[in-house]
Design a protein around this ligand. Structure first.
Ligand SMILES: [Zn+2]
Length: 321
């Protein structure tokens, strides 16, 4: 029997990638195209041509539809991108534009919600009914599955846990303008900020001896794992803040599993040992130790696979929205 397939599309801030995905979660040939012009018409044209490439793939059999994960606030029924700070779009009719080109169902969802659906269906969320994905990268993206369904919220903003404040009085300034948001403190960027914040205590440290815009969280992670005292001090503050946010998430939605994705999570065991104990200390009304905190399985593919999953399911949720 031939498995059904769908076209999964990951629309990022700098590139589009599209692939045929089988219903068992297998990704076939992937087509990736860089984005230079971020205007809606230019991005729609690149999306259309990249999807056409994927549809010409020999594996594109029994294609049930096209799913696109897009940054920003997305209205999932029409597929309109209501607001996207990355692209500076408001009310961009992405779903409608692509439906005019393709003779099959087209679904558009927020990229982080798509990634959550992908990880829930094919990754660490399999077999659970209450699941959270948090991607720790430049920011913190995520999504929440409660009682087997993704939560979209009243205006499709549920899951934006990166912007709950954990240090409103002494934290770093967030990209959103608030102080001490979870993502300002506990994303990859947050780790770099912690390294700068503790630098005065380590006058002989060479950890930060490179251009600030070239410094990634990876160097700090590696140095912490190698026992560098400056990196370890930054890491300790970072994991303390990460633990506060994770304990809050547990209090909000009591998930069975929280999967951590993004670059920072590659320091898996090193990170999780410190985090799990602290999260338990901060967990009060939910039975301690009952949320498994793990590293996400699908990595960068979660968004693309999740977008295809949305096409298989007929929407991000079982209600078809
Ligand atoms: Zn914020």
């Amino acid at each position: 029997m031939t498995l059904r397939t769908a076209i999964g599309v990951d629309l990022g801030g700098s590139h589009v990638s599209a692939a045929v995905v089988s219903e068992d979660g297998t990704i076939h040939g992937q087509h990736e195209v860089d984005l230079e012009d971020l205007s809606f018409s230019a991005v729609s044209a690149i999306l259309t041509s990249t999807i056409e490439l994927a549809l010409r793939d020999p594996d594109a059999k029994e294609v049930v539809g096209i799913g696109i994960g897009s940054p920003g606030n997305v209205e999932p029924r029409s597929g309109a991108v209501l607001y996207s700070p990355n692209f500076k779009w408001t009310n961009a009719p992405l779903g409608e534009t692509l439906r005019a080109h393709f003779d099959m169902p087209v679904f558009v969802g927020n990229d982080a919600r798509c990634a959550t659906l992908g990880e829930f269906t094919y990754g660490m969320g399999r077999g659970t009914r209450n699941f959270v994905l948090l991607t720790l990268g430049t920011g913190i993206g995520g999504g929440i599955v409660a009682d087997g369904d993704l939560i979209l919220g009243n205006r499709f903003g549920a899951g934006e846990v990166g912007h709950h404040q954990i240090r409103p009085t002494d934290g770093f300034i967030c990209s959103c303008g608030k102080v001490g948001c979870f993502e300002a403190q506990a994303s990859g960027t947050g780790l770099i900020r912690h390294a700068f914040a503790v630098a005065p205590s380590f006058p002989r440290s060479t950890l930060l001896d490179m251009d600030r815009d070239k410094l990634g969280s990876k160097k700090i992670r590696k140095m912490a794992q190698a026992g560098d005292l400056h990196a370890l001090a930054a890491w300790k503050n970072f994991t303390a803040d990460l633990s506060i946010g994770l304990a809050n998430v547990i209090a909000f939605v009591n998930p069975e599993v929280i999967a951590l994705g993004g670059g920072v999570s590659s320091a898996a065991d090193f990170m999780l040992d410190a985090v799990r104990g602290r999260v338990d200390e901060l967990t009060t009304m939910v039975p301690r130790g009952t949320t498994r905190i793990v590293v996400a399985q699908l990595g960068n593919d979660a968004g693309l696979v999740g977008a295809a999953t949305m096409a298989f399911r007929g929407g991000l949720t079982t209600l078809g929205s």
